[in-house]
Ligand binder design. Sequence first.
Ligand code: COA
Length: 450
Amino acid sequence: MALIEVKVPDIGDFKEVSVIEVLVKPGDTVKAEQSLITVESDKASMEIPCSHAGVVKELKVALGDKVAEGSLVLMLETADAAGVAQAAPAAAEPVASVPAPAAAPAPAATPVAVSVASSAPAVAAPAALPAHQPGTPSGSLPHASPSIRKAARELGVPLAEVKGSGFKGRITLDDLQGFVQQVMAGDAQTAAQKAKAPTAASVGGGLPGLLPWPQVDFAKYGPIERKDLSRIKKISGANLHRNWVMIPHVTNHDDADITELEAFRLQLNKENEKAGVKVTMLAFLIKAAAVTLKKFPEFNASLDGDQLVYKEYFHIGFAADTPNGLVVPVIKDADKKGILQISQETAELAKKAREGKMSPADMQGGCFSISSLGGIGGKYFTPIINAPEVAILGVCKSSLEPKWNGQAFEPRLMLPLSLSYDHRVIDGAAAARFNVYFASLLADFRRIVL
Ligand code: COA
């Protein structure tokens, strides 16, 4: 029997790192190479293994301590007296961040190429997850890299309950995400038994590594009033959140010259004064969108697993601002309707929306959406795609701008366009072409009939 000092080995470029996890406690029997603590720098986290087998007699570090090469980690009682002489810290041996074998060839710190945003405190465990107390492991430790342990800690996931699918049963990020998703779905036991890789489409429930939402006592700083979100805001908020997180979207900005179109619209309104239908810019945008979608069918499609569903109808939604929040009524078969009819239908639907009288049928079946802030202002924005659609066009307020006509600058009425698209379905070049074609229709509306 001998009492030896176990120290932090050579940990490469890391001069001073924080102890973020203590994996053993006095009285624990540890094997050689077993991880004792996890340390974290601003770039990576790594485990410090034990140089010998033995029994932990005394811990010399605690959570939050700063350690460096040579720092004392713990006192270990070993059975092997001969080992005492060799109880020097082993040199660091970096290993890749892919699941490593359960036992490293030599006791060495195990840096993992995980990006660590900061040394902020661990994220509080979501209420639905079983509580997990870092630093108080029970029984044998599951095999997992420091990055996985860190993610598990932040999510409050007890790693002992997660089934590893990696090499020698090592727990992978997919295993962790699968577990979290199943627990969130209310089936912790199944999760523990069947942890499995989530599909790309289902990732998004658990986002390891995110900081908790800031909790601020606003009343400390001044008077406040609390109001429940409206029903529409709750529903649209959840949809917007999902769409923002799950769709890899890009926005392409362009301008359309609507000088002649606006003059035409004003003329039509003068002629139609008595008819009572106001011809709106939105109606031209909806009509032009239907025609552009015919030319670019992938914009009139939806993703369904590995398939793209091309729609042969052209139903265009438009965002309508109401006192209770945003709704998206749909103009059905916009390709088959004239500008007057579309103007009338949008006015009726917008009125219904503001009065809270929309039926589900008024909002269903959309293929593509337009969000027009033209009557309000702004220049460009990044509208969120209305899933399962794959693109949305944002339109802002038109303004007179000097444009070079080859001989001189002349004032032209320019309409800012912002097309957000699902990059899984639509390439950047196609989006640019869509905007260019759409703008060309607005610049000369006669092209609509070509
Ligand atoms: N540029 C400059 N002026 C514009 C314009 C544009 N792109 N679009 C409309 N206008 C002007 C119109 O000429 C009109 O002016 P007027 O009253 O002097 O005639 C005024 O703005 C109102 O336009 P109108 O055509 O009556 O309504 P609209 O088509 O602009 O808007 C809705 C109808 C339903 C789209 C609109 O009420 C709405 O709710 N917009 C907000 C949508 C939204 O919140 N989107 C954000 C989603 S993230």
